[in-house]
Design a binder for this molecule. Structure first.
Ligand SMILES: Cc1cc2nc3c(=O)[nH]c(=O)nc-3n(C[C@H](O)[C@H](O)[C@H](O)COP(=O)(O)OP(=O)(O)OC[C@H]3O[C@@H](n4cnc5c(N)ncnc54)[C@H](O)[C@@H]3O)c2cc1C
Length: 393
């Protein structure tokens, strides 16, 4: 027998970068929300591995629009709710030391401006005024989007959880979903090792584990876990405002595996925090740090910012990107299974996309402004062609 208190309007599977702000949005809209997660507390999946970058500088219109909403939420959080989430509006700069990247960034400006992103191209000398520590040798220039920024993923997810609970959302930890109940083309609820819960709407926000969860409902989502490492230095006096991104690929050599883009910025605590994209990707859920990452990423960082040569690295870690074949999320209701929504496949951007996505999913689920949400989220459909590749992953 199901008890009355085990009947909810919405069940969110996963208390991570996406599920937690979604629980806040849905409970604020007056819905009775349950969030389930096998971990001991909020944000213990990929969320805590993120380095905290938040940008609307994307090459994909849906991501630009969602991230602009996220930036509105992150940047006003302290004033609206009183929690310091470490928000710094330092901007993002994609730097070009090669004419190929210069062309890519300049071409993208047209689309980015069309979606009202505040971004400009700066030639080398002008960019050095914004980022004086950049190596001037060979620097062609770069884009700078001053409204992008950063925040602490853990402080943010805790703040989202606090607001969700304030509006009545229930979070149950040590309780992963092991089954999804269906009846006549509709979802009915979920089972865990401890109980059965009913709801007419279920949102799969299980990150790198999304494929397993969707599989419980007989649905396949193309999300694959992909290992990425991050690192953090000792704190130093503030000298670097924006996140610096270098997208030049490096081919593998006998000494070092290949890599794609890497990015770093100065955290609100003064520490430099950094990350690199291995090439080829390292598929799987292995989260043990490697001895490859640090020499690989620091060599590249020192090349474009020699001033970092004496800073000490404090810690490295490894986490998971929930990757999709085209680098864009999969969001929306599943055809033929009413009430089952995916909010998955966030790749390397789930922290920055989370709050904006939660805002538009709220519109879609409650029907408050379904037309706007459908317009923004349609390109992220599970039924799209996954063949195209994104320029700024
Ligand atoms: C090194 C590194 C640096 C990164 N830097 C950035 C960055 O600067 N900016 C950015 O935006 N992103 C960044 N990311 C990516 C970001 O961390 C992810 O995209 C994001 O956390 C994914 O959010 P999510 O909510 O989909 O998944 P998660 O945050 O992992 O949440 C999913 C949750 O689902 C839970 N779950 C799993 N199975 C079940 C089940 N059966 N039942 C219930 N719950 C379940 C998990 O326990 C987890 O808590 C980085 C990632 C890494 C690894």
């Amino acid at each position: 027998m199901t008890l009355k208190e085990d009947i909810y309007d919405v069940i969110v599977i996963g208390a991570g970068s996406v599920g937690t702000p979604l629980a806040w949005q849905l409970s604020e809209a007056g819905l009775k929300v349950l969030v389930l997660d096998p971990n001991a507390s909020v944000g213990q999946g990929s969320n805590k591995a993120a380095i905290g970058g938040i940008r609307a500088t994307h090459s994909d219109p849906a991501k630009i629009r969602i991230s602009l909403k996220s930036i509105e939420i992150f940047s006003t959080w302290l004033d609206r709710f009183g929690d310091d989430i470490g928000w710094i509006q330092g901007g993002y700069s994609f730097v070009a030391y090669d004419p190929k990247e210069e062309r890519t960034f300049k071409d993208l400006l047209v689309l980015q401006k069309q979606f009202r992103l505040n971004i400009q191209w700066f030639d080398g000398d002008d960019l050095l005024r914004i980022i004086p520590a950049l190596n001037p040798s060979g620097l062609i220039g770069g884009t700078f989007a001053p409204e992008d920024g950063s925040a602490s993923p853990m402080l943010s997810v805790l703040a989202f959880e606090r607001q969700a609970k304030r509006y009545g959302a229930i979070f149950k930890y040590h309780e992963g979903v092991i089954g999804i109940l269906r009846d006549n083309g509709r979802v009915k609820g979920v089972t865990t090792q401890k109980a059965t819960y009913q709801a007419a709407v279920i949102v799969n926000a299980a990150g790198a584990w999304a494929r397993q969860v969707a599989g419980m409902a007989g649905v396949d989502v193309p999300v694959t876990p992909d290992s990425h490492e991050g690192g953090i230095t000792e704190p130093v006096a503030m000298f670097l405002k924006p996140m610096v991104v270098d997208i030049r690929p490096i081919e593998p050599s006998p000494e070092m595996p290949g890599s794609a883009n890497y990015y770093f910025y100065q955290h609100h605590t003064g520490q430099i925090i950094f990350c690199i994209t291995p090439n080829p990707s390292i598929w799987g859920t292995d989260c043990r740090e490697t001895s490859v990452f640090l020499p690989q990423v620091t060599r590249r960082m020192l090349e474009i910012m020699p001033r970092l040569s004496n800073i000490k690295v404090r810690r490295t870690w490894r986490g998971l990107y929930p990757m999709t074949p085209d680098g864009a999320p999969v969001v929306g209701e599943v055809d033929g299974l009413a009430g089952f929504f995916n909010a998955v496949g966030m790749c390397g951007q789930g922290f920055m996309l989370g709050p904006g996505l939660a805002y538009y999913l709220r519109q879609l689920i409650t029907g408050e402004n379904r037309v706007e949400a459908q317009d923004i989220l349609a390109p992220l459909s599970l039924y799209r062609n996954f063949g195209k590749k994104e320029a700024l992953k």
